[in-house]
Write a protein that binds this ligand. Sequence first.
Ligand code: AHM
Ligand code: MG
Length: 334
Amino acid sequence: MSKVITLHEFIMDRQEDFPFASGELSRLLNDIAIAAKIVSKDVRRAGLLENFLGAEGNTNIQGEEQQKLDVIADKQFINMFKTGGEVCGIASEENDDFMAFDNEISREGKYVVLFDPLDGSSNIDVNVSIGSIFSVYRRKSESGTLANLEDMLQKGTDQVAAGYVLYGSSTMLVYTTGNGVNGFTLDPFIGEFCLSHPDMKMPETGRIYAMNEGNINICEDGIKEYIQTYCQQTLEGHKRPYSGRYIGSLVADFHRNLIKGGIYIYPDTSTDPEGKLRLLYECNPLAFIAEQAGGIATTGRKRVMEIVPDRLHQRVPFFVGSKKMVEEAMSCLK
Ligand code: AHM
Ligand code: MG
């Protein structure tokens, strides 16, 4: 029987891999894992608890209805970051503005975290997989001062760590610090994330495409061409088509494609000319993981991680997945 390696042990063993390592990033990743366990516990029991399912009654800055669990998860992560001492400020998909933590230990924190506390909102109430996504940057502002907007608006290439937690048939945490991608499954009996997917690699190609095809008529022609040429069966039935699989939870669709090979597409449409997904909370962290696993992430025209953000809640078209499949899709865009 091989030795069980917990996330905590793994992070400590790898500490020297981290740029500017002095232990803070290790502690921050451990704090994220603890917050993820708390959120996982809430997600797993949501159907049994009063006030956990359904809409909160508010909309976020993007005009989307917040679910109660969105808000609960947001508070759990913020509380962990605020009290941990490694983070000087955060920005979350659920909050209008970023937060600079104004307490003594946080002002010294080296990092900022940008995150989507619970992604896949439309699946929360129906017991379908959802996830949390996070992205970690070194602050640009002086240590000891308050975090500012410039700390938050960094390019994806500046990320020092990124990851996601998938609340699926099991809870998994997958992360990278720029030295490959590793996946850990939460063992509910011992309450630890244990290494289950070492050195994850995204297959160079695959047979799965994930897109909300309800939007096909409001997409540019190149998207239609890609779906018809590469993904769908021809009328004569000559071509073996890809399989369409769309969960509608980005983390879950991405995770499946990471393991099996595939492409996820959320393009711009005539009704959402910038696309739907958020650059800072969703696209950059998954782009970092995809690239570290050998995949690609683009807007269809440009590498996602090279975009210089100009606002917190910026949206971008998103094509992510197996290298060959994303290249095929890009070849159809004019
Ligand atoms: P959310 O952050 O409000 O949950 O929105 C992001 C989600 C993604 O997880 C998912 O892939 C996409 O939105 C689904 O959107 P749609 O319902 O338009 O297909
Ligand atoms: Mg989201």
